[in-house]
Design a protein around this ligand. Structure first.
Ligand code: 13P
Length: 288
């Protein structure tokens, strides 16, 4: 199967009551590890790429080219979408032009009417090319590749109006933050989540900041209409930990242990383990 839009996989997940993972990719190791594991689990996946990660990996065209090549090389048969994460107005247009199959336009920092107008325009552009769109209302707390959000709770009426633009998925701030959660975190606001799902007429909802949310909260969020859960930090921490252990054991100094193909292998395996645990929790294994 070719690299596809996220629309169909999210509609199916929403209908059947499970969550599709958005795994943010950071380099070639992430692309390979994620694609290998989703094929093994027979699960759909959305590869999230922030603008910063796109730049780090050599630009939008290189990212889509790399994913497509690895995808074909590994004979991947499950649905895979390449999704711009927290795209700016300009970035969304560039990623669309380059061939991303799904776009998040994050206009949450604009005054509401401007967010609405810009989202409408991006939806029109993306849908003319069969590309799915995610919008955001109420910012997600914490920092994601230089995009800093204060963790504002979404206004359901604003969510309703944005959902009328025809977006395919919708991120509403419900107390979630990027990065690991502090000890005194108040948890997800399920009241708002419920209201948002009611007023948006059943648009699949997105839960950002998927790292470190207790399992029972994740399950409850899925039961209330969340169909996409974004995970980045937990994979990064697992990768760093495994790489550190390899070096601390002195394995890079043994034989050809310094070869990046060996040095980065424990990290890649660690990413796979995190992904497997998340897919099991989200209920998406076997759902391709
Ligand atoms: P975490 O880094 O907290 O997993 O969040 C990822 C995310 O929401 C990407 O948009």
């Amino acid at each position: 199967m070719a690299v596809v839009s996220a629309r169909e996989m999210l509609l199916k997940a929403h209908k059947e009551g499970y969550g599709v993972a958005q795994i943010n990719i950071n380099n070639l190791e992430w692309i390979k590890a994620t694609l290998e594991v989703v094929e093994e689990l027979n699960a759909p996946v959305i590869l999230g790429v922030s603008e910063g990660a796109s730049k780090y990996m050599g630009g939008y065209k290189n990212v889509i080219g790399m994913v497509k090549e690895v995808h074909d090389f590994l004979n991947i048969t499950v649905p895979v979408a390449v999704h711009l994460d927290h795209g700016t107005y300009e970035g969304a247009k560039k990623a669309l032009e380059a061939g991303y199959t799904s776009i998040m336009f994050d206009g949450s920092h604009y005054p509401f009417e401007e967010n609405l107008e810009k989202t409408k325009e991006i939806v029109k552009l993306c849908h003319s090319k069969g590309v799915s769109v995610e919008a955001e209302v109420g910012s997600i707390g914490g920092e994601e590749d230089g995009v800093i959000g204060g963790g504002e709770i979404a206004d359901p009426e604003e969510c309703r109006r944005i959902s009328e633009t025809g977006v395919d998925m919708f991120a509403a701030g419900i107390g979630n933050i990027h990065g690991m959660y502090p000890e005194n975190w108040k948890g997800l606001n399920f009241e708002v989540l419920k209201k948002v799902q009611d007023v948006t007429g059943g648009v699949p909802l997105v839960l950002h900041g998927g790292s470190g949310i207790p399992n029972e909260m994740v399950r409850k969020a899925i039961s209330l209409g969340v169909s996409k859960i974004n995970v980045n930090t937990e994979c990064q921490l697992a990768f760093a930990k495994a790489t550190r252990e390899y070096i601390e054991k002195g394995l890079d100094k043994k034989g050809k242990g310094f070869d990046p193909r060996k040095l980065l292998k424990p990290g890649s395996e660690a990413i796979k383990e995190v992904i497997k645990t998340k897919f099991k929790l989200f209920g998406s294994t076997g759902k391709a």
